[in-house]
Structure formats: C-alpha cells, structure tokens
Design a protein around this ligand. Structure first.
Ligand SMILES: [Zn+2]
Length: 741
C-alpha cells in the first residue's frame, strides 16, 4: 500500500515538472503569431499656420466618447457643447484619441460593433465640424479598442471605423499619421497611430494596445522626418489610444517607450483609462535603468526618481547628449466627465489645461503658456534650459497666457502668490496686454515681469493665477498653478489606483503573475499530499492543540487539504485542465461562423494564431486568484473544521478515538435528528462561516460564467462545462463529506 502511494506521488511530481517548464518556454514563441499585418500607406501632412501669435500653436484633444444607443446624452452633449467650444478656441488640430463608440449591449455583457452608433458618430461629427467653422481636414480620429470589438479584419464589412470615422472618410488609410504645424520658424510635429489589435476580438479580451515592429518602425520614421533639417527647431508630440501601461511589447520585445525616448518627445497624449482611477494619470518617462530593471514591470511613481531636483547632474558642455525623456498624459473621458483638453506649445514648451463641461459652462478658457506648471515640466530639459541658459533670455521676460472667450475680454490680470509655510500672499499683480502681433488665430496676453525675483529652489513656493474679466463684468480664474523658474519639477505622487493603471506594465506582468499563482496552487496541493503520505510525524489537530506551535498548526492545515481525496484529486486535475485544454469555445469575432477557443495563452483562431495575449489576463487571473485559490483554501478549511469538531465531539462524549469507527455510524444518524447532535451542530459556527465564503465564491464564479457566456454567445453545458461546473461541484462535495464527523 505504502509503495503504491509513493509511486503515485513520484508520478505526480514528474507530471508537475513536465507541465510547468515547457509551458513557460513555449509561451514566448506563441506570442509571435499575434499580429499578421500588411504594410499600409501612412499619411504625412504639413500645415503652414497663417496669422499670429507666431510663437504659439494650440490643439484640442478629446477622448473616449463612447457614443452609445443606450446613452444618447453622450452624443447630444457632444453636438451641443463641442462645436461652439471649438469655434471659440480655434485650434490648429482636433485629435480624438479613440473609443468613439461604445459597442456594448444594454447590460454591458456583449461587446461588438453597432452600426447605429457609428451613424450617429458620423452625423454628430459633421454637425460639430459645421458649428466649429473649422476645416474638417484638421480633425483626426483614432480607433480605440471599443471601435474594434469583434472586427475580424480592417476594411471588412464589420469595420465601421473605416466607413464612418473622419479618418476613414477622408481616405487616411494606414496606422500612422503625421501632421506638421509650421509657425514662427518652428515646426510642431504630431504623430498619431492606431495600435488596436489586428484581429479585433470581442471584449472583455480586447483591452491592450498591440503595436507591431512595423508600426514602431513607421512611427520612428515619421518622428525623424525633420531631423535632417537643422534650420527649424521641432517639437514632437505623439497621440494614440492606449497608455503605455496597457500597450504590449512587439514580437521582438521593443516598446513604444523605446521609440518615444529615442526621439525625446515632449508628450504622448492618450486616453483609454477614463477619469475614474484618479486625476493624476500622468507619467514621466526617462532613459536610464532602474534598480534591477524594474521599470520593465512597474514604475512606482509619476517620476522614476521620486525626490531631488537632479540639478547636480546638469552638464552644459555641448558634447554631452541630453537625458532622454517624455511625458505621458492620459486625459480622462467624454463618456462620463465631458472632458476636453487644450494643449499649447509656446516656443517649444508644452502646457495644457483639461476642463470638463459637467461642472461649468466654459465661456472663457485661460491657458497659461509661460511660466510652465512645475508639475508637468520636462525634468531634465527644464533644468538644462535654466542652468545652461539655452533659451533666449527674452523668452523669460514675460508671463504669457492664451485667453479664449465667447464675449469680449476687457481685462486680464496675472497674480503671483507666495505660498511659503503659513502664508498665501499676493506678491505680484499685473495687468496683461493683448499681444501686439496680428492676432488672427487667437488671443495671447503677455505681461513683463522681473522673473529673477521668483528664482527659488522650491518648485511650489510661487503660484500663478490669471483672471479674465469680460465686458459683462464676469470673472474667470485659473487654478493657482505652481511654477518654477529654476526648472525644478514638483513631484506629485500617485494614489494606489493611479499606480495600478499607470505604473504597472501589465503585459510584462501577466506571465510572472500567472506562473507564480499556478506554482503556488500546485505546491500547496502536492505538499499537502506529501505530508499526508510521507511524513513520519502525523500532523493533526491533536498535535497542534498539544504543541501549540505555529509550524505544526500550519502543517496540520496543509495536511487537511488532501484528506478529502476526491476533492484534492479533482482540484489537481482541474488545474491540469486549465493548463492544457481550452477554457471556452466562443464566438469571439463577429460574422464568423467558426468559434475560437481560449487558453491562458490567448484565443486560438483557425488553429494557428493566439490572439488577445495578454488581454485574456482579465479572465485568467481573476479566475485563478478569486475562484480557484479560495476554493482550495475553503476545501482545506472544511476538512480542518471537521477535525476540530470531531475532537470536540469525542471529548464531550468521553469516547476514545479507538471507538471512533464504531461510533461513526451512530453519530451520523444522530446528526440528522438527535437533539444532542443538534446542539453540537449549532456550535459549528466556523463551518457556517465557510459556507458563507463558499457562497461568495459561487456568486463570483456565477457572475463570471454569466458574463462570459453572454460575451461570447456560449452555452455552459456545451462550450465551457469544465470551467463552469468543476469548482462548484468540488466545493459541494467537500461540503457534503465534512457534514458529519
Ligand atoms: Zn479604450
């Protein structure tokens, strides 16, 4: 008997090693089939801006509109509010960075394209262009993941983006578009790109940006188009839908960050995350390696280096290459918050203001362009500008702000506050004057100031506020923005939710998390069986209650896990099933009769590609962490509780354990009807608590099953019975087996 069980255990260990090692090795090669794409022509355009102010250009960004047939107010508000706002702002470009439509059913479970929403998008945008008085050609819209739900192929009959979007209707094919705005001897290069997955899976397994090597090469090519001409300085901005934390690496392991750093972008503008995770969805990227290259997996705060000004590192000699860096600015959404962003570039320095139409009607918008907000300055280049005096001194001589208003502005006042500890005093107040140039594009207000008076080591000692008063006497104030003449950045911190969505590199973290969880689950199952089978010392509740040592208690709990053999074996087989067999067979594309099958590596379509890696993590990790893991713990806990109950029962009835087997039948009988047993049963409150936890696991699992069965049009009995019923059945059996003693 002992020999047999030893052999069984050895076999199990061997099986365990066979599963884990090859799965890890093969997983990398499988990703390489992710994206199959033909090269498409990309589009370049150059716009010479007419009229002043010469030194400044400004653009508008909107994102995540999520027009939905179930939420008509999103489109209605867009039509009512955006046209007049654009007419007032008169931007040189309007960037709409993805998720133009929602593509979700009323109960949010099914995610695929809805042509009605696209028709609405087209109509609303036509109306907005008309009301804004702007040229339609300066509007650029991008595909977001919602615009790609269930679209099997770009250009196919379900690709409504190509049919109804502005880019589609203007024939802007290709995944990369570049626009250069030329003004005042400067170039402002905007490069937008579409990194949605080529095979557009239905949600929720369509959440990440999937840039390919070809796409990165195209973006690189567009970003360097002016580099050979040194006559005009170039400010580079890129825009896309996904933040870098939700963008996977390419097949060769390159990332968008590599390309952006290479070109020292000023900023990468994106959307996708919405505003519900926090206000500070901003991230400063910098070249250089962190401790143990951890930036591949996460960045702990908005800045990689949390403290200090790095002023000591500034090297002004011309041979030293500057530190590569760029800002990433997620902008919140139109869907819930009705947010719009105005971004200005003043002599190469980028500033922006995000405002929402929900809290106030925006009749006047003020965007200070100098001095810069010290929270969002480029860290190294600001320091370099200051210490190496690389900017024209004239540049520092005035406070500047763009003022957009529907009514005539009669007065603009700049105030500077000193916020040294314990005070908030106005230390300067000056009237700003409209710039004297030919102001045909917009109104730039300036005021001379003695900037040297505000040189200070602290990046938040001085605050700038600008007030505009219109002809009706109405006043609009900006927030008090910290600024730093010295080029010292104010380092604000992420809240934990902001860190989770902006700081974690989820595509890189998926496999490390997956294999850690899987190894942990296998380990506890196998160690549990090994303890029961091989250990000379018998870890039981009796030992633990006598020794009262943590270790013996822990080992006893582990041992209990494998005492209900069928459940232990069932859990082991279920884990193997999750690694080797498809979890679901579902309708993951639209209009395609063939179903796809999903494993932890992605969706297998046409028996060759694994699409949706790492997007499938949204189904895989929650199932392992919130269903399988707690189910295994609860099984062990049921068994442990029974052991305690048994001891308690035996001590009460003063029976020796030797009599246990004889008694067992009688106890079972008692348990059903006898009053004495009822009394004991009443004391099993731990078991009741476990039943509640079980019900919580069932609830979570049932919700997952219901959502996925709707999302991929699946029947639990036909398309995912293993996934759906294994855990509930195993838990129900564990509950049944531990009812009596
Ligand atoms: Zn999105």
């Amino acid at each position: 008997m002992k020999k047999n069980s030893k052999r069984r255990m050895r076999l199990l260990y061997l099986l365990f090693c066979c599963i884990l090692i090859p799965s890890t090795v093969f997983s990398d090669t499988l990703q390489n089939h992710e994206r199959i794409e033909g090269k498409k022509p990309n589009l370049r355009s150059v716009i010479d801006l007419k009229g002043g102010p010469d030194s400044v250009i400004w653009v508008v960004q909107l994102s995540d509109l999520h027009f939905s047939v179930f939420h008509p107010e999103r489109a209605l508000d867009f039509k009512e509010l955006v046209g007049p706002a654009l007419a007032m702002i008169n931007p040189s470009l309007v960037l709409i960075t993805g998720d133009l439509t929602d593509g979700k059913s009323k109960d949010l479970s099914r995610m695929k394209q809805n042509e009605e929403e696209w028709k609405e998008y087209q109509d609303v945008l036509e109306e907005v262009v008309k009301r804004s008085g702007l040229d339609k050609k300066i509007f650029y819209d991008l595909r977001g993941n919602h615009d790609n739900f269930g679209v099997p192929v770009v250009g196919g009959s379900f690709d409504f983006f190509s049919k109804y979007s502005i880019n589609g209707r203007l024939g802007r094919k290709g995944n990369v578009h570049s626009i250069t705005l030329q003004s005042g001897g400067r170039r402002h290069l905007f490069v937008g790109f579409d990194s949605t997955m080529t095979i557009g899976l239905r949600g929720p397994t369509n959440l990440f940006g999937h840039p390919t090597d070809e796409l990165l090469a195209d973006i690189d090519e567009e970003l360097l188009q002016w580099d050979s001409e040194s006559t005009k300085s170039v400010t580079k901005i890129s825009f896309g839908h996904f933040p870098l934390s939700f963008s996977a690496a390419t097949d060769s392991g390159k990332t968008l960050k590599d390309v952006f750093l290479k070109h020292s972008l000023s900023a990468y503008l994106c959307g996708h995350l919405h505003a519900r995770f926090g206000k500070n969805l901003k991230r400063h990227h910098q070249s250089g390696h962190n401790f143990l290259s951890s930036e591949k997996y996460f960045q702990l705060n908005i800045h990689q280096t949390p403290y200090g000004s790095n002023a000591g590192n500034v090297n002004c000699s011309s041979g030293v290459p500057p530190i590569k860096e760029f800002w990433e600015w997620e902008m919140g959404d139109w869907r819930n918050r009705r947010v719009m962003r105005v971004l200005a570039i003043d002599s190469g320095l980028v500033s922006f203001i995000d405002f929402d139409f929900k809290t106030e009607s925006k009749k006047t918008i003020i965007l200070p362009t100098f001095p810069l907000d010290s929270r969002f300055m480029l860290t190294s280049s600001s320091l370099h500008d200051y210490y190496c005096q690389s900017k024209d001194p004239l540049f520092y001589e005035s406070i500047r702000a763009l003022v957009f208003s529907r009514s005539e502005i009669v007065s603009v006042i700049a105030r500077i506050y000193d916020s040294s500890p314990g005070k908030l005093d106005v230390v300067m107040e000056t009237t700003m004057r409209k710039h004297e140039e030919n102001l045909t594009r917009g109104n730039l207000y300036t005021a001379p100031w003695n900037w040297r008076a505000f040189e200070d080591e602290s990046p938040d000692r001085f605050l700038l506020q600008i007030e505009a008063i219109d002809i009706m006497g109405r006043s609009v104030l900006t927030e008090r923005r910290p600024f730093s003449i010295n080029g010292v950045t104010l380092k604000i911190k992420w809240k934990w939710k902001e860190f989770l969505v902006m700081g974690c590199q989820w595509a890189s973290l998926y496999y490390p998390i997956l294999w850690s969880v899987v190894s942990f689950l296998f380990s506890i199952l196998l160690i549990s069986k090994a303890l029961l089978t091989f250990s000379k010392k018998h870890y039981s509740y009796k030992n633990f209650s006598m020794e009262k040592r943590f270790l013996s208690g822990f080992l006893w709990l582990l041992t209990e896990l494998s005492r209900i053999s069928p459940v232990w074996f069932g859990m082991l087989v279920y884990l193997l099933y999750l690694l080797f067999f498809p979890w679901f067979f579902g309708q993951v594309l639209t209009g395609d009769g063939d179903k796809g099958s999903m494993t932890y590596k992605g969706w297998e379509l046409n028996k060759q590609v694994y699409a949706g890696f790492p997007d499938i993590m949204v189904l895989v990790l929650p199932h392992l962490c919130f269903v399988v893991l707690p189910a295994i713990f609860v099984t062990g806990a049921f068994s442990a509780e029974r052991a305690v109950y048994r001891e308690h029962y035996l001590s009460l009835t003063a029976k020796k354990e030797d009599d246990y087997i004889k008694e067992k039948r009688r106890i079972k009988k008692d348990y059903r009807g006898n009053k004495k047993s009822k009394l004991l049963r009443g004391r099993r409150w731990v078991r009741k608590l476990l039943v509640v936890i079980c019900l919580m696991i069932f609830w979570k699992h049932w919700k997952n099953c219901r959502a996925t069965s709707k999302a991929y049009e699946m029947n639990p009995f036909l398309h995912f019975p293993g996934y759906c019923f294994s855990i509930p059945l195993l838990l129900a059996y564990a509950f049944y087996k531990t009812m009596g003693v």
